[in-house]
Design a binder for this molecule. Sequence first.
Ligand code: HEC
Length: 224
Amino acid sequence: MSKKKKTSTSPAGSPEESNGPVAEKLNFYSEQTEPRAGKNPIPMFLVILVGILAFASDMHLMANRGGFDARIYQPYANLDELQGDNPIDPVLEKRKLGKRLYDVSCIGCHQANGLGIAGQFPPLAGSDWVNAEGPNRIIRIVLNGLQGPVNINGTVFNGPVPMSNFGALLSDNDVAAILTYIRSEWGNAASAVTEAQVKGLREECTKRGATAWTADDLLKFPVK
Ligand code: HEC
């Protein structure tokens, strides 16, 4: 029916017929790009892609998360492995604690560089008291304080104020840590001080109370 109509309205070879498919094509595109309202399902490939990404990310996290512990870093997967390769050095830990306490209790007088202040506070850096073979005398100094003339490396120091006592403020472990620090800082190279060494003198020093030692008192005690 249409064929008949077509032949009658558009004879073969006429310009109308040769333009026909082009017009149809244009029409086709414009109709396809027309936006459509309505709900379309999420494309399946997108769902699968997101799934794969989530899975891959999870696998990556499982392998590298280190228990979500900020201390754990590559190539370690957990704290045990990390600590196995980096054993905690007890003396280093003690020095760190000692520095923190020194910065609070001692630094005001003996200064950050351990040199003290000439005429007022004696130096700890290079001091033969600090670097003595054993810490018996300096433990007593910290627990009870020190007053009067004191010979340091051959020079007599006699400052205007005595050193105060720290026995009530610092635990045995604190004193051991501070003394370990000052015996190994600023070029000092004496042995570490143990908590037990401080404990051994604690009772005697507590009985003495707030009476500071004099250098002469201390020189009567064996240095070790
Ligand atoms: C208020 C100031 C002051 C503070 C704080 C202080 N000292 Fe002293 N320290 C002195 C003075 C002053 C002397 C010397 C006392 C004397 O003339 O007999 C001294 C002497 C010493 C000595 C023996 C002498 C030497 O130079 O080697 C040691 C060791 C020492 N102090 C360690 C410490 C430590 C450790 C601390 C912290 C826990 C500390 N001092 C805190 C003022 C202070």
